[in-house]
Design a protein around this ligand. Structure first.
Ligand SMILES: NC(=O)c1ccc[n+]([C@@H]2O[C@H](COP(=O)([O-])OP(=O)(O)OC[C@H]3O[C@@H](n4cnc5c(N)ncnc54)[C@H](O)[C@@H]3O)[C@@H](O)[C@H]2O)c1
Length: 389
């Protein structure tokens, strides 16, 4: 038995560099490869700066910082992954490029090496099919920034061996992460269930019911969310958030529940990306919002909050109904992956399942759009007066 697990990482961009830090922190031997050596070298320079800051703040010792750095080796060819136990790919989100990387990789690594992808939006099953041994392939979806975000979605492909799933689950737990297991479907758990947080907020704005700030205040003050939907979209970037929404929508064969918003598309097209371009839904100066707003009406806030919340609950209930993840993993994923103040299913119990169904049915009656269809699970539960917990 080897002392140290050898972990290969392909791609030294935001995610690859972050995952390298997490694995090195857990005392793995990390081999980091990027097809741009400059990117990989810059990633190491950045990591060293981060570690110096952590030492200065007494978050880690000087010895630990040195150990993390010495656990990471930059390599200039994937041939050096020969003895890897696990290789995680974190390159550009492109199916064909990823598939060709996996075929090349399989020619190098041993037959027991686990191959993983950090993809956010591609089918893990499709990527696995590029391998001659697809049963060793799995999705390991970290959140950004990987060293800080506790959640990891483990996504077995249709072909993944149960033993591989268990091994990966153990590895990643040892890296100090909170794991949830998600079925290989678009958006996995978090990016699927969170869609209405953005989509319904944009819809409310598009209908002229409220301005960006009022909707944000509703979710923060009434709901206890750390950020409102528009602040969060500005933080993520309208280009990135729009691309995820569009990809989830297309992958669900254009289910109207995930329909993207013209407003967001146009903001992305205009280059109003959010914080990174100093203008999005809000305008920013030195990182601070500079717009001024009138005080929203309390009654209006309640209505907006309830509408977005029941849409989120409906999505969480449907994910459970369709076996995307277990009840506890759905709750954990939304609290650890996107910092929701409560699990959505527990929130449904608190509101009353029947009330959630009535609110959704009222939206459906008003719009006659499939977007507002109630999950069968919620409807069945309301009929027999049951609760999630
Ligand atoms: N950024 C996020 O918030 C986030 C979160 C979770 C998952 N992801 C996923 O992680 C992956 C990487 O995303 P990112 O944000 O780190 O991207 P990024 O653009 O920051 O980094 C990608 C890196 O891959 C390198 N690369 C491209 N093709 C390569 C190849 N053939 N071989 C080796 N290196 C190659 C590039 O040089 C670049 O450094 C994507 O699949 C993305 O969907 C991203």
């Amino acid at each position: 038995m080897k002392d140290k697990i050898v972990v290969g990482i392909i791609g030294a961009g935001s995610m690859g560099a972050g995952i390298a830090q997490v694995a090195a922190n857990a005392d793995c031997d990390v081999l980091l490869f990027d097809n741009s050596l400059e990117v990989a070298e810059n990633a190491m320079i950045k990591l060293k700066k981060v570690l110096i800051r952590l030492v200065e703040k007494d978050k880690i010792t000087h010895e630990k910082s040195n150990a993390i750095i010495s656990n990471i080796r930059l390599i200039n060819s994937i041939d050096q992954f020969k003895n890897a136990d696990l290789v995680i790919e974190a390159i550009v989100e492109n199916l064909e490029i990823k598939k060709s990387v996996f075929s090349n990789l399989e020619a190098v690594v041993g037959k027991n090496c686990i191959i993983a992808t950090n993809t956010s939006s591609l089918s893990v099953t499709n990527l696995a099919s590029s391998c001659t041994l697809p049963n060793r392939f799995i999705g390991i979806h970290f959140f950004n920034p990987a060293p800080l975000m506790p959640l990891v979605e483990i996504v077995p492909a249709l072909q993944t061996d149960e033993v591989v799933l268990q091994k990966v689950n153990e590895f990643i737990k040892k890296w100090g992460k909170t794991n949830v297991i998600a079925k290989d479907t678009p958006g996995f758990i978090v990016n699927r269930i969170a869609r209405p947080f953005y989509g319904e907020a944009l819809r409310i704005y598009d209908e002229g019911i409220a301005d960006f700030n009022t909707i944000d205040v509703a979710m923060k003050e009434i709901g206890g969310f750390r950020m409102g939907p528009f602040e969060l979209m500005d933080f993520i970037g309208n280009d990135v958030n729009y691309a995820v929404t569009e990809s989830v929508f297309k992958s669900f064969f254009c289910d109207p529940r995930y329909k993207p918003s013209f407003t967001q598309k146009q903001y992305a097209e205009a280059g109003w990306l959010g914080r990174k371009s100093s203008k999005g839904y809000y305008s920013y100066h030195e990182g601070k919002i500079v717009n001024e707003f009138s005080k929203p009406n309390k009654n209006e806030l309640e209505k907006i909050f309830k509408r977005i919340l029941v849409m989120l609950i409906n999505e969480a209930a449907d994910a459970l109904y369709l076996n995307i993840a277990s009840k506890s993993d759905i709750e954990l994923a939304m609290q650890k992956g996107v910092n929701y103040p409560k699990g959505l299913l527990a929130w449904a119990d608190e509101l009353g399942i029947e009330n959630c169904v009535n609110d959704l049915d009222n939206l459906y009656k008003l719009y006659h759009e499939d977007r507002y269809r109630v999950s069968v699970l919620l409807r069945n539960m309301a009929e027999v007066n049951s609760t999630f917990f």
